[in-house]
Ligand binder design. Sequence first.
Ligand code: NAD
Length: 288
Amino acid sequence: MTAEIIDGKKLAQLVLDEVAKAVVDMSRPPGLAVVLAGDDPASHVYVNGKAKRAKEVGFHAELKLLPADVSEVELLAVIDALNGRDEIDGILVQLPLPAHLNTLRIMAAVDPSKDVDGLHALNAGLLSQGAEGLIPCTPLGCMKLIKSVVPDLTGSHAVVIGSSNIVGKPVAALLLAEQATVTQAHIHTRDTQFICRGADILVSAVGKPGLVRGDWIKPRAVVIDVGTTRVRQPDGKMRTVGDVAFDEAVEVAGAITPVPGGVGPMTIACLMENTLRAARARNAHAAA
Ligand code: NAD
């Protein structure tokens, strides 16, 4: 039996439609600023995609492109200026940053109420306490994809491979908040394969193509492939692939996300949802 393919594009469009509908009734459009330091081609594609999608849902969107050798002081000044502007509700600093910049210091500079990537320590802390805050976009998207096929996760065993601040840790926190039993694996975990075989929900956020084989997957499990790696094909063309050996996994899993067309589109949709949330909260605060 082959798995249900979770259509990230279709589910993301539903989120985007809801956001666009909400914007029509607002006194001013939500504002999103996307900041990119450096000239990584993939990051340029991502930030352009985010700004384009923001405009499509009716937001005010701005791109701040900074050189790869931008100093921390200069980048902090850009963030500070965006923090101070009323028409900007969301600030996203595209990661990874050039190596000479301290990611945690940069994240800490974003006003937590405008932290639409949910990476400020305040929002990360709220998430770990199960309290309301801005949730990182990819983990939020993963949860929407999982819940589209398993609405109630109570008591299920979820395994998350990867423990980064941006994906692995927040996904695990969100699964725990949904009453799943969560195991987090990482590069030093022994026998990851054995652990994965017990997973009702398996999320892989590593960036190693083909890491998760078909025989790592419990029959009928839900598999969410966050991995995004650009690889050169034998014909010389570049292709984006996930962590999961899709052709094997699809024969075992109950439901699975494709790469591309799974987590990626949902991440962008969740960025728009977060920006709308931030704008609403800021408007309510201003009106109080
Ligand atoms: P990261 O490099 O910060 O973290 C990778 C994690 O994988 C680490 O916790 C590491 O311990 C673990 N790991 C490495 N090798 C392992 C192994 N052999 N077995 C088990 N664990 C192992 O990466 P990240 O920022 O969390 O991103 C992970 C992947 O997700 C990347 O491919 C990235 O491009 C992708 N990503 C996709 C989206 C999207 O929107 N689709 C968003 C963010 C990240």
